[in-house]
Design a binder for this molecule. Structure first.
Ligand code: NAP
Length: 238
């Protein structure tokens, strides 16, 4: 079993592929421990495994844009959003661009323009910010990214969604983190949640997959379920 992928390609595609790519769709992909922790020792990396990585990679491959909050970019040390050769070949065969666009959501704009997120990006990244963000930092980032203002004092999720659709990026994937997911859930703009349940108990007081979100009670439908290596991969949609 070692080295063998947990899931066949056809099973992954049947579970996650969106049939009408022109229809705007915002999906999130997150991971949680059995007791609801979104992190292990401050990072999500301690929760995941090879089976979940297959889903993670497939969802990136299917996306026009991958949206990540600045807190996650800073914590997880993201590099350039570059897919491997097999994924690029698959996308070309589907008539898609080689790589999804990487979009970072930030108000403070505490992002280093010389970091690999920008310098190693195969496609110019997008920075989604608000009108109150620091002007000097906005100007600096505009040299390495397309800076898009969506909202006055915070990034308005509905305006952000619209801005990405208008840029020809209707298949939107967010990989979090919890503050960003909380704002998307609070604004009611999330279409889908792909959630991996990791087979660990974390205890402690780790954050959940949403934080700083207004209370909502929004029921979703289970539209996909895979499991391997004691992990469960769930697909829920509105
Ligand atoms: N379990 C999982 O699936 C998962 C996934 C991703 C991350 N994580 C973990 O989550 C932790 C980070 O949590 P986090 O909540 O800080 O992550 P986050 O949501 O990625 O980052 C929060 C930051 O994103 C920006 N942001 C998000 N929504 C915004 C909005 N509507 N308007 C303006 N700015 C917005 C702000 O950036 P500025 O501060 O720049 O203004 C905010 O401080 C890390 O430990 C990471 O490992 C877990």
């Amino acid at each position: 079993m070692t080295g063998q992928p947990a899931f066949e390609e056809a099973v992954l595609l049947a579970t996650y592929q969106v049939l009408d790519r022109s229809r705007p769709h915002l999906r999130a992909n997150m991971i949680s421990s059995l007791d609801g922790a979104a992190t292990h020792q401050g990072l999500s990396g301690g929760l995941n495994g090879p089976a979940d990585k297959q889903v993670f990679d497939l969802l990136r491959r299917l996306a026009d844009v991958v949206i990540v909050g600045a807190g996650t970019v800073r914590a997880e040390g993201y590099g350039g959003m570059r897919l491997d050769e097999a994924d690029v070949a698959w996308r070309r065969a589907q008539g898609l661009s080689d790589h999804p666009v990487f979009a970072i959501v930030s108000g403070q704009l505490d992002l280093d323009p010389t970091s690999p997120v920008f310098t190693e990006a195969p496609v110019v990244p997008v920075v989604l910010t608000h009108a109150g963000s620091p002007t000097a930092q906005r100007t600096r980032l505009a040299e390495v990214a397309e800076v898009v203002v969506c909202g006055e004092q915070e990034v308005d999720p509905a305006a952000m969604r619209l801005a990405l659709i208008e840029r020809g990026l209707p298949q939107m994937l967010t990989e979090g983190g919890p503050h960003l997911l909380g704002s998307l859930v609070g604004a009611g703009v999330l279409d889908e949640l792909c959630l991996t349940i990791s087979p660990v108990l974390e205890g402690g007081d780790a954050i959940r997959i949403t934080r700083d979100a207004p209370p909502v009670h929004s029921t979703m439908r289970l539209t996909g379920l895979l499991h391997a290596d004691d992990m469960v991969m769930l697909r829920y949609q509105h």
